[in-house]
Write a protein that binds this ligand. Structure first.
Ligand SMILES: Nc1ncnc2c1ncn2[C@@H]1O[C@H](COP(=O)(O)OP(=O)(O)OP(=O)(O)O)[C@@H](O)[C@H]1O
Length: 376
C-alpha cells in the first residue's frame, strides 16, 4: 500500500545484464518523502544499481518503478526530478566553483540573473559563500564534496542520490561531513538516498536503512530496529559486532543454547525449532564464574580505547565476544551474565515479510493472554 507520502515505489523490480543471474532479484520497497534513506550492503550487492534505476541511467528488466505514483520505467534521466552526487564528485576541473554549480542551469538556458541567484543560494546552503571564483583544483576534498552537493541541489530535485560520497575523505572529515549532510537534508526537507557499505555511517545518519545482500533487501527499518532486532545472521553480522550461536526454542520465552536453558522475550516459534541466537558484546556482563549464566575461559583480550574486547569460550565450545570496561586475564574463567531482553532469537531463512507477520501474530496472542490474566 502506498499513500501520498510515497515518492518512490519499486514493484517486483529485477535487473539482469545479458542473460546472467540477476543483479537485483524481485525487489519491492517504498521511499517516503523528506526522509534520509541509506542503502547498506557489501560490495556488489546492488546498491548502485538501485540508484541508477531511480536516476534513470538504466531500465529494469522486469517490474515497475513509480515516482509520485506515476510509472517512470521509460522516463529519461533528464526528465526526472532526481540528481546524483557521485563518489568521485565528477566536477569539471577547468571550470571554477560558480560555473560548476551553474552548469546544469546554463544547459536549461535560464537567464543570467536567475542563474546567479540560484547558484549563490545553493553555495550558501553548503557553506561555500564567497568561493564562487575559486578553481576546483584549489579546493580541498571536503570543499569539492560540497561543490558537488551544491551542483546537485541547485536543480531543486525532489530526491538527492548520494553514491558513497564520503568514501574518499579521511576519517575526521568524513565524520564532519556526516553531520553536515544530515543537517543539510533536514534544512532542505527533500528525500536523500545515500549509499554506503559502512554500517556505522548508516546507523548514524539514517531515518531508514535498507540492508542489501546479493541483490535482495534483507531487512528495512530504522537504525534501532535493525540493530536491536536483526532478522537473520547476515544482518546481525553486518550491523555491528555480534555473538551468533545455534540454539533451540523450547517454548515461548524459553530458549536453549550452549547446553543450558534461558528465559527470553521471543515467541511465535514451533516447539523445539532450531534457531539462531544473537547477543551483542555490549550486552554481556563479565562476572565471577559462579555468578554468570554461562562460564567461559578467556582466550584473547584487546584494549579498544573505551572498552576491552575480550574473546572467551564457553564449556560447549562457543566463542563469546565481550565488551567490558573491566580487564580480564587470558586463560582465566569468567562468568557471562545477560538479561532476557539481550537474547535475540532468529528463525533460519525467514524473509522480512514472514518476520513481520510472525511478530504481528505473536503480539496479538500476547495481548489476548494478558487480557485473560486480567479477567482472572
Ligand atoms: N553494466 C553492467 N554490466 C554487467 N554487470 C554489471 C554492470 N553494472 C554492475 N554490474 C554488476 O552488478 C553487481 C552489482 O553492482 P552494483 O554497482 O550495484 O553494486 P554495489 O552494491 O553498488 O557495489 P559497490 O559497493 O562495490 O559499488 C556487481 O556484481 C557488478 O559487477
Amino acid at each position: 500500500m502506498s499513500d501520498n507520502n510515497t515518492i518512490i515505489r519499486f514493484e517486483h523490480v529485477t535487473k539482469r545484464f545479458d542473460n546472467d543471474a540477476p543483479i537485483l532479484n524481485d525487489v519491492s520497497f517504498e521511499i517516503e518523502r523528506g526522509k534520509f534513506y541509506t542503502l547498506l550492503g557489501p560490495s556488489g550487492c546492488g546498491k548502485t544499481t538501485i540508484l541508477r534505476l531511480i536516476a534513470g541511467f538504466m531500465e529494469p528488466s522486469e517490474g515497475s518503478i513509480y515516482f509520485n505514483g506515476k510509472r517512470i520505467n521509460q522516463v529519461p534521466a533528464n526528465r526526472r526530478q532526481v540528481n546524483t552526487v557521485f563518489q568521485d564528485y565528477a566536477l569539471f576541473p577547468h571550470l571554477n566553483v560558480f560555473e560548476n554549480v551553474a552548469f546544469g542551469l546554463r544547459i536549461k538556458k535560464l537567464k543570467n540573473d536567475v542563474i546567479t541567484n540560484k547558484v549563490r543560494e545553493a553555495l550558501r546552503f553548503v557553506n561555500l559563500e564567497g568561493y564562487e571564483s575559486r578553481e576546483i583544483t584549489e579546493m580541498s576534498g571536503g570543499q569539492r564534496q560540497r561543490v558537488a552537493i551544491a551542483r546537485a541541489i541547485v536543480n531543486e530535485p525532489e530526491i538527492l542520490l548520494l553514491d558513497e560520497p564520503l568514501s574518499a575523505l579521511d576519517l575526521k572529515l568524513r565524520t564532519e561531513m556526516q553531520y553536515e549532510l544530515r543537517e543539510l537534508q533536514r534544512r532542505l526537507g527533500i528525500t536523500f538516498i545515500f549509499v554506503t557499505h559502512d554500517q556505522e555511517e548508516a546507523l548514524a545518519m539514517s531515518d531508514e536503512i535498507f540492508v542489501l545482500n546479493k541483490g535482495n533487501i534483507q531487512q528495512s527499518g530504522t537504525p534501532t530496529d535493525i540493530y536491536d532486532e536483526p532478522i537473520n545472521r547476515f544482518v546481525a553480522d553486518f550491523i555491528g559486532e555480534s555473538n551468533i550461536v545455534v540454539g533451540r526454542m523450547k517454548e515461548d520465552y524459553v530458549v536453549e543454547f550452549a547446553g543450558r536453558t534461558f528465559e527470553c522475550v521471543d515467541g511465535g516459534f514451533n516447539k523445539d525449532e532450531q534457531v539462531e541466537i544473537v547477543i551483542r558484546p555490549e550486552d554481556l556482563e563479565m562476572t565471577k564464574p559462579e555468578n554468570g549464566k554461562l562460564k567461559a575461559r578467556v582466550d584473547t583480550q584487546l584494549f579498544r580505547g573505551v572498552h576491552y574486547e575480550i574473546s572467551a569460550y564457553d564449556e560447549a565450545g562457543n566463542e563469546w565476544l565481550v565488551h567490558s570496561t573491566k580487564k580480564a586475564t587470558v586463560d582465566e574463567w569468567i562468568g557471562l551474565d545477560f538479561d532476557p531482553e539481550a537474547i535475540h532469537v532468529m528463525r533460519f531463512n525467514e524473509t522480512e515479510e514472514e518476520f513481520d507477520r510472525r511478530l504481528e501474530a505473536y503480539a496479538e496472542t500476547d495481548e489476548d493472554e494478558e487480557e485473560v490474566v486480567h479477567v482472572r
